[in-house]
Write a protein that binds this ligand. Structure first.
Ligand code: BES
Ligand code: MN
Ligand code: ZN
Length: 501
């Protein structure tokens, strides 16, 4: 889907050759009585009693209204036009324009007083509403919409915001697509191929390590998870060099379990299909890189994806097995279903070499996080206040919110083992926090945060499918970081070293 930004008045919009025209109608919109153009007249008539109902997302669809070129006009209430209102309203309106032949759609936002916050929300809603998964479903009808013309009062004032919004929407689409693909269409090898292809298109660097390399590096924990599967593991490293060579990179580590059966600690059958989404963290890293490269964001970012399956094969790890991680710390694998932390811990040790400004891992890590926060907010875990605040703020601003969870050292008690430096599980209580405490043992030397996206990365039930989260949050964070390092070139400051709270 292609978005074009244009300075357009209400009057002009009725003369644009469009198949459909969506118009945002905020509370208190005053159409001057003297405005003598077809669209203004239509709106003021719709605002009369019995017309357009009040409430965000309420809409009125008009077919071939007099004097307007677009065959279909959708008036939609945006209420107070906060970004969340706009997102909800445009999502509702977008669903009204999927008729065959509806290729060019206008989206009039010039009715809004503050378009800079509304624009990204509108672009995201439009793009998300028209994503259709077709890869393994040939009968699915893709959206007919090719082009969206966004009308604002002054396009030049919001050019940058528009470019950012388009890049983020593209990145979210990439993440959704890869997370949605079934495990037999998104193996570790296919994920690595996807990374290579994105890198070629986007002009960033991609390196893929295989089993031999990973063995040589001593990633005993990652290897242990992969050994039960026939599919070869891949360790993917992406580099977006947008800033100065001397600038420390932000590092994103994405969990890439392409299918999680639980291993020998086998999961129950119900809903096990959803464990194809267990590489959503990896998909969000791919999506973020797609967005970064489209934007040419002036910041250095490294993406790392440990990718493998968690299978109960004859060679699989068994409960009680002890493995040595790349850090040298040994781990007693008490539950083979707690595999995410095992592949992430080696990836965290690996990224120390980059002397990161900050490391953020993104993982569908625990069912406990779904119980704690549901599908609304991702879990945020960090011992670094500055980094945690930056990520929290990015989540709020991008409508991709997260919530900070506690990290008291007492939560690590249960990870003690009689046979290794630590166990990989700590009982049922506070499961998302004990998982984070496990990871912390591998990230103590870097400013680090962990996002548990188990509840937010996909929807279950009738609308089962990936959401593309938290690409929005990550991009918002990186854009803010790029702006920071741009304005503070001389006084540049990394988030402080990990502090114990
Ligand atoms: N991928 C799962 C977490 C998960 C479960 C995400 C359900 C979304 C929905 C992870 O690998 C896992 O199995 N975690 C275990 C950890 C436990 C054994 C300590 C869990 O949450 O049950
Ligand atoms: Mn698991
Ligand atoms: Zn898992």
């Amino acid at each position: 889907m292609d978005f074009e930004l244009k300075s357009v008045s209400l009057d002009q919009s009725s003369r644009l050759s469009l198949d459909a025209l969506l118009v945002a109608v905020p509370d208190g919109l005053s159409i001057s009585a003297s405005a003598d153009n077809p669209l203004s007249r239509l709106i003021s008539q719709a605002l009369a009693p019995g017309g357009l109902e009040e409430g965000v997302g309420k809409l009125l669809v008009c077919f071939r209204p007099a004097g307007i070129k677009a065959a279909r006009v959708v008036l939609v209430r945006t209420g107070q036009s906060r970004p969340s209102d706009v997102k909800k309203a445009i999502a509702a309106a977008a669903a009204q324009v999927r008729q065959p032949g509806t290729a060019r759609v206008g989206l009039m936002l010039s009715t809004l007083t503050d378009v800079s916050d509304a624009l990204p929300a509108a672009v995201q809603a439009m793009s998300e509403a028209h994503y259709v998964y077709t890869q393994t479903k040939p009968s699915a009808k893709p959206s007919p919409v090719r082009q969206v013309v966004i009308g604002v009062a002054d396009a030049s004032a919001v050019r940058d915001i528009h470019a950012r919004a388009c890049a983020v929407a593209h990145g979210i689409g990439v993440a959704r697509e890869w997370a949605n693909r079934p495990a037999n269409h998104a193996t570790p090898s296919q994920l690595a191929e996807a990374a290579r292809s994105l890198a070629r298109k986007g002009g960033f660097d991609c390196q893929v390590l295989g089993e031999k390399d990973v063995k040589a590096l001593g990633m005993g924990a990652f290897l242990a998870v992969a050994q039960g599967s026939e599919q070869p593991l891949k360790f993917i490293v992406l580099r977006h060099q947008g800033g100065a060579r001397s600038e420390a990179p932000h590092v994103l580590v994405g969990k890439g379990i392409t299918f999680d059966t639980g291993g020998i600690s086998l999961k129950p059958a119900a809903e096990m299909d959803e464990m194809k989404f267990d590489m959503s963290g990896a998909a969000s890293v791919l999506g973020t890189f797609a967005a970064l490269s489209q934007l040419k964001l002036p910041v250095n970012v490294i993406g790392v994806i440990p990718a493998c399956e968690n299978m109960p094969g004859g060679a699989a790890i068994k409960p009680g097995d002890v493995v040595t991680s790349m850090s040298g710390q040994t781990i007693e694998i008490l539950n083979t279903d707690a595999e995410g932390r095992l592949i992430l811990c080696d990836a965290l040790t690996y990224v120390e070499r980059f002397k990161p400004r900050a490391v953020i891992d993104i993982a569908t890590l625990t069912g406990a996080c779904v119980i704690a926060l549901g599908a609304v907010r991702s879990g945020l875990f960090s011992t670094n206040d500055e980094l945690a605040q930056a990520l929290h703020a990015a989540g709020e601003a991008s409508l991709d919110p997260c919530w900070r969870m506690p990290m008291d050292d007492e939560y690590a008690e249960g990870l003690k083992s009689n046979f290794a430096d630590m166990g990989n599980v700590a009982g049922r209580a506070a499961g998302s926090i004990t998982a984070a405490k496990f990871l912390e043992k591998y990230a103590a030397r870097m400013p680090w945060a962990h996002l548990d996206i188990a509840g937010t990365a996909w929807r279950s039930g009738a609308s089962k499918g990936a959401t593309g989260r938290p690409v929005g949050l990550l991009m918002q964070y990186l854009i803010a970081q790029a702006q920071d390092s741009g304005t503070q070139k001389t006084t540049q400051r990394a988030p402080g070293r990990a502090k114990k709270r």
